[in-house]
Design a binder for this molecule. Structure first.
Ligand code: NAD
Length: 291
């Protein structure tokens, strides 16, 4: 397939490389990042989009998606598909879908879970919103870049699935970290805590697959000085998107809001910036009830 790829950062570059390795013809553009080997370098976003059957975007946020979409939609061939894999507001995805529809293009929002490791290994999970025909066109590419693609309904629903999932993740990670810090203060050994909780009703992905305590459970960023992994800054971004969506939809999400506030403090006023989101554990360890 002839593919345009816009946004060749930490996630986009390895995803584009996997498409090249599978034999696709990829033309890429990024404002700052270098073009990886095998990807033809375009001089602009519209040039990367011109003549492509699918244009993939992997960009930092919804405002940038909007400006890139405005630039590339007029350059795209009728019937082509814009596949946005960035994490953005549900509304930003629905606006881009409407603009594509008006121009006779398909649109999919397909945010990912799996991080940089999943992008490099081709093991991402895609949560996809948009029409059946566009999903069928993109399916072979999901199979190369990922291990699973779930079609969640119309445009915007991929983003909705992503922020709901990550809201649960942020809440359970905080819960797991504060429980470890409480266990420490109660004199409960961390290994014993893990052995009980990971096989009892407190188990979760945060405890069982990504344990925030160093030396306990499977290998995780905690065993590597809390180098991300999944950075606390990105968790904060997703929790903010969840709260914006909850406000717009009048949904009551008190724990999602509390998780957002905690990550906000951690990233903006403490030492959380650039650390893994599981570094909440050393944060709680140092604190008492009055701070
Ligand atoms: P990144 O900052 O490394 O990459 C984004 C790239 O977009 C940069 O190289 C930047 O130069 C480029 N860019 C910005 N504006 C542009 C424009 N107008 N035209 C062309 N290129 C432009 O970010 P990332 O970590 O690759 O994340 C990309 C998206 O994936 C984000 O929405 C993020 O929330 C989401 N995501 C990231 C992870 C992760 O672990 N990094 C995991 C899941 C989802």
């Amino acid at each position: 397939m002839k593919i345009g790829f816009i946004g060749l950062g930490n996630m986009g570059a390895p995803m584009a490389v996997n498409l090249v390795r599978a034999g696709h013809e990829v033309t890429g553009f990024d404002l700052a990042a270098p073009c990886p080997d095998g990807v033809a370098k375009a001089a602009s976003a519209p040039e990367a989009a011109k003549g492509a059957e699918i244009v993939i975007t992997m960009l930092p946020n919804g405002a940038i998606l909007k400006s890139v979409a405005e630039e590339i939609i007029p350059a795209m061939d009728k019937g082509a598909v814009l596949l946005d894999c960035s994490t953005v507001e549900v509304e930003a995805a629905r606006d881009a879908a409407a603009a594509c529809d008006k121009a006779g293009l398909g649109f999919l929002d397909a945010p990912v879970s799996g991080g940089v490791g999943g992008a490099a290994g081709g093991t991402l999970t895609f949560m996809v919103g948009g029409g059946e025909a566009a999903f069928a066109t993109a399916r072979p590419l999901f199979e190369i870049m990922g291990q699973k693609a779930v079609h969640c309904g119309p445009a915007g629903n991929g983003q909705a699935a992503k922020i709901c999932n990550n809201m649960i993740l942020g809440i359970t990670m905080i819960g797991t970290c504060e429980a470890f810090a409480l266990a420490d203060k109660l004199g409960l050994d961390r290994q014993a805590m893990f052995d009980v909780v990971s096989t009892s009703s407190g188990y979760s992905w945060s405890m069982n697959a990504y344990c925030p305590a160093p030396g306990i459970g499977p290998q995780s960023p905690a065993d590597n000085g809390y180098k991300p992994g999944f950075a606390a800054d990105l968790m904060l971004k997703d929790l903010r998107l969840a709260q914006a969506a909850a406000e717009a939809a009048d949904a009551d999400t008190p724990l999602g809001e509390a998780a957002m506030r905690l990550y906000e403090t951690f990233v903006e006023s403490e030492d959380g910036k650039g650390r893994d989101f599981s570094a909440m554990l050393p944060r709680f360890e140092k604190r008492g009830r009055s701070g």
